[in-house]
Ligand binder design. Structure first.
Ligand SMILES: Cc1cc2nc3c(=O)[nH]c(=O)nc-3n(C[C@H](O)[C@H](O)[C@H](O)COP(=O)(O)OP(=O)(O)OC[C@H]3O[C@@H](n4cnc5c(N)ncnc54)[C@H](O)[C@@H]3O)c2cc1C
Length: 275
């Protein structure tokens, strides 16, 4: 509602809904054939222009009219003055961040941790020496791309230390316009209240980037073509790599948020132990 109020001066949810409905009508009930039409059919033209168009075109490196409609099946519209992005009852990140939680979980005499090792440099050794392997890398790379390559989107991060206390007043600010080349700025000190050096702050700008082999893969591109190929890799895994659990966003080729990936991990554990 804060957004709608700033955009149109409306005050009540009904006024906001009326405005959206009025703007949606430009499509005359046409079935959306691309992302632009899909977004307009969900939230009208103003929100589309201000929040969806530039951001989506930056993220995907393609015009919204050339992107398929299915990318945004729905756009959650909440008619409340609560600015939280999600509706969940509990929202936050662990005190001290995720790294320390994982470090504590791995701090056990039976667990050996090796970092800085590419799985593929030791694949044969791991596959021979262990009954079970949990692999969280790219499933297509695991099979040496034998069925073809899955597509990913990548990111470039640009980090800067600024001589100011508080740059943006929030951990994340998104830039939804087409002109700004980055999609958002992260100001790290806001993830933990009251932490960080006075008079200094660290910010990171995120630039969307195409992905090619050798780059860090951040996001799977879940279109029909890639999903079909992933299913074929999954079948291959069931035949040729029965002792491997493929986990996480790269192993399961799916976009996950943290809560979703943790849920998926717990599910994988249950399947493993309960069959
Ligand atoms: C820029 C960005 C912002 C995000 N923001 C949020 C957010 O605000 N909220 C939220 O809930 N979620 C967010 N996410 C999503 C969240 O980060 C993921 O859901 C989560 O990290 C996925 O966990 P994972 O274990 O599947 O994969 P990862 O965390 O990527 O772990 C996979 C691990 O496997 C390792 N690996 C891969 N290949 C190899 C190899 N060949 N050899 C050795 N190691 C290998 C990688 O190094 C990595 O450590 C964000 C993601 C990105 C990219």
């Amino acid at each position: 509602m804060n957004t709608f109020n700033k955009l149109w001066g409306v005050v009540t949810p009904q006024e906001a809904m009326d405005k959206i409905n009025e703007q949606k009508s430009v499509l005359n009930g046409k079935t959306p054939e691309n992302l632009e039409e899909q977004a307009i059919s969900l939230v009208g033209t103003d929100i589309y222009e201000k929040l969806v168009k530039g951001y989506t075109e930056k993220q995907w490196g393609r015009k919204a009219t050339e992107l398929p409609a299915f990318i945004i099946r729905r756009l959650p519209v909440r008619l409340t003055y609560d600015n939280n992005y999600f509706n969940d009852n509990f929202q936050g990140i662990p005190v001290g961040g995720y790294t320390q939680i994982v470090e504590k979980m791995l701090d056990h005499e039976n667990i050996t941790v090796e970092t800085g090792v590419d799985f593929f440099d030791k694949k044969d050794e791991y596959m021979n020496d262990y009954d079970k392997v949990l692999f969280t890398g790219m499933i297509d790379q695991f099979f040496n791309y034998e069925l073809g390559e899955l597509e990913y989107r990548s990111l470039r991060f640009e980090t800067e230390v600024l001589d100011e206390d508080n740059h943006q007043g929030n951990a994340v600010v998104n830039y939804t316009d087409a002109k700004t080349p980055y999609t958002r700025i992260i100001e790290h000190k806001h993830f933990e209240f009251g932490k960080g050096e006075e008079g200094k702050t660290v910010i990171t700008r995120e630039y969307p980037a195409d992905w090619k082999r050798g780059d860090e893969p951040y996001y799977p591109v879940n279109n029909d073509k890639n999903n079909t190929l992933y299913e074929q890799y999954k079948e291959l895994a069931a035949k040729k790599a029965r002792n491997v659990i493929f986990g996480g966003r790269l192993g399961q080729y799916r976009y996950y948020n943290m809560d979703q990936v943790i849920a998926a991990a717990l599910e994988a554990v249950n399947e493993e132990f309960e069959g």
